[in-house]
Design a binder for this molecule. Structure first.
Ligand code: SF4
Ligand code: FE
Length: 489
């Protein structure tokens, strides 16, 4: 069953025995929980598109391991074109969901672990790569959803993992047994865990001598013994518990993050892909980060498409769409959003083949892509809020809009142009509210800042990836400090 349908995927989640907490209570049926379900629907869209005639070329591909059809989210990139398709797929999915669809971290992690394990084995003769291939075949065969688990909680930020007062601030190996390892720690801000079958654990930063126990990559089922998931609070989340479908803005789709606790989790050797090779942590982190920084050049422009559409619609409803300053602001939103998409595509086109055989994107351009994301999405939100007007944050509730006494006032006084019903304006404002500071805001704002690494992480990589000696040499030659080039020579 290589390509699950959306329904088969959702049904498969019902079999998981997650140890999950939400708002202080244990959740026994996450699939039908109204706060969680929108995020499940968003992941389900990644399964749905694989069966849609017009999207299947983007959402499905063939396995580099078996040649069988696989969902792109479980695939290895076999060419630069595959990475281009990844970005196009992400844009399309975001257009359909207007939020994070959560499955990219796993895809990017799969590709990074695949190439890094190959290089660890080349140096040490370890069996990680073959193990990883076997695990990935299992994932592909069952079309599982894999959650990439990288971000450690990190404790005191200026201390290395092994120097922390509490050794559990970074996930680490606490015991090596004949059948496997035992790991402990926690991963923060984990996108989509509740909707995933498997977690792919990776180290979060560069590791040095003394940090060997923190150099661990492995696969853990989300419902393994010792795993506890604590659901992250989101802006306006309890609106999902209310009657009606307007106030939540994006009724069908959302995303989520968890604080994932790994309390003495046993991992059999066949699921261990790095165990103590501290010097390879940076390779894994940088390759993953590069892939995921590219990914934002797909999903954010897709959400941007919806945000721009909502903003233009509100300008229509307010009767100001043709005003010069409104057109200029909307053009600016489009320009910023398409720049992100251009960056996402560029790092794919400039990709290269790793020794393991899969393709890696261009790290400089991927970091430029994500760094732009940390700024442009905020500017796009600012312009959207500017055009939408203050009512975006002050609208009465749907209950008031429907109320037998005050409803008529809300209907009368929140009307824009006469030909558009107030309810349409209400719904569009609510959608924009969800994306700018409501339940979907994390997908476009905070995640744009911190997801796949905070802005400074990209600046460090941009500096590291720059050949400054070359740039200075170019300048010296043209300035006449070095010998000038003879154009006729
Ligand atoms: Fe995918 Fe974007 Fe969500 Fe990351 S933030 S998992 S790239 S949709
Ligand atoms: Fe993310």
């Amino acid at each position: 069953m290589p390509l699950k349908t959306a329904k088969e995927y959702i049904d498969s989640l019902r079999k998981l025995k997650l140890n999950l907490y939400l708002l202080g209570e244990k959740v026994t049926n996450p699939v039908d929980n109204p706060i969680i379900r929108p995020s499940t629907n968003a992941v389900a869209m990644t399964y749905k598109l694989a069966h849609e005639a017009e999207s299947a070329d983007l959402a499905a591909t063939s396995s580099m391991l078996t040649g069988k059809p696989v969902n792109r989210f479980n695939s290895l990139f076999q060419s630069t074109e595959d990475m281009v398709k990844k970005v196009k797929l992400q844009r399309r999915l975001a257009q359909r969901t207007a939020c994070c669809f959560q499955r990219c971290v796993g895809m990017d992690g799969i590709n990074a672990v695949f190439s890094t394990t190959y290089e660890i084995d080349r140096k040490y003769g370890t069996p990680y790569h073959q193990r990883f291939r076997r695990w990935l075949e299992y994932v592909q065969e069952n079309d599982l959803c894999v959650q990439g688990a990288m971000t450690d909680v990190k404790g005191q930020r200026n201390l290395a993992p092994s120097q922390q007062a509490d050794p559990d601030m970074f996930v680490h190996i606490v015991e090596r047994k004949s059948a496997g390892i035992v790991i402990r720690g926690a991963k923060a801000s984990q996108t989509g865990t509740v909707n995933s079958h498997e977690m792919l654990i990776m180290p979060t930063l560069n590791l040095r001598k003394g940090d060997e126990d923190y150099a661990v990559s492995c696969a853990v089922p989300t419902d393994a013994a010792g795993v506890t998931l604590i659901y992250g609070r989101q802006s306006c989340d309890t609106r999902k518990l209310e009657a009606g479908d307007i106030d939540i803005g994006n009724y069908t789709f959302g995303a989520h993050e968890t604080l994932t606790i790994l309390d003495n989790v046993f991992v059999p050797w066949e699921r261990v892909f790095m165990c103590g090779e501290a010097e390879f942590a940076i390779m894994l982190v940088e390759r993953f980060a590069s892939y995921h920084r590219q990914s934002y050049g797909g999903c954010k422009p897709g959400i941007g498409d919806v945000m721009i559409g909502a903003t233009a619609s509100l300008a229509d409803y307010n009767g100001v769409r043709k005003a010069a300053h409104i057109r200029d602001k909307i053009a600016e939103m489009i320009h910023l959003s398409e720049t992100l998409y251009g960056c996402g595509l560029a790092c794919a086109y400039e990709g290269w083949q790793t020794p393991a055989g899969n393709f890696q994107d261009n790290m400089m351009l991927a970091n430029v892509c994500k760094h732009n994301v940390t700024r442009f999405t905020y500017e796009i939100c600012r312009l959207a809020e500017d055009i939408a007007g203050g009512i975006l944050a002050t609208m009465p509730s749907e209950k008031d809009f429907r109320h037998p006494v005050v409803g008529k006032y809300v209907d009368k006084y929140l009307k824009g142009v006469p030909e558009v019903p107030t309810e349409a304006r209400y719904r569009m404002l609510s959608l924009l509210h969800a994306m700018t500071f409501g339940q979907n805001a994390i997908s476009y704002r905070t995640e744009s800042m911190h997801g796949a690494g905070s802005p400074m992480a990209q600046k460090i990589m941009i500096e590291r990836e720059t050949d400054m000696e070359l740039k200075q040499k170019l300048a010296r030659r043209l300035a006449g400090i070095d010998e000038r080039e003879d154009v006729t020579g």
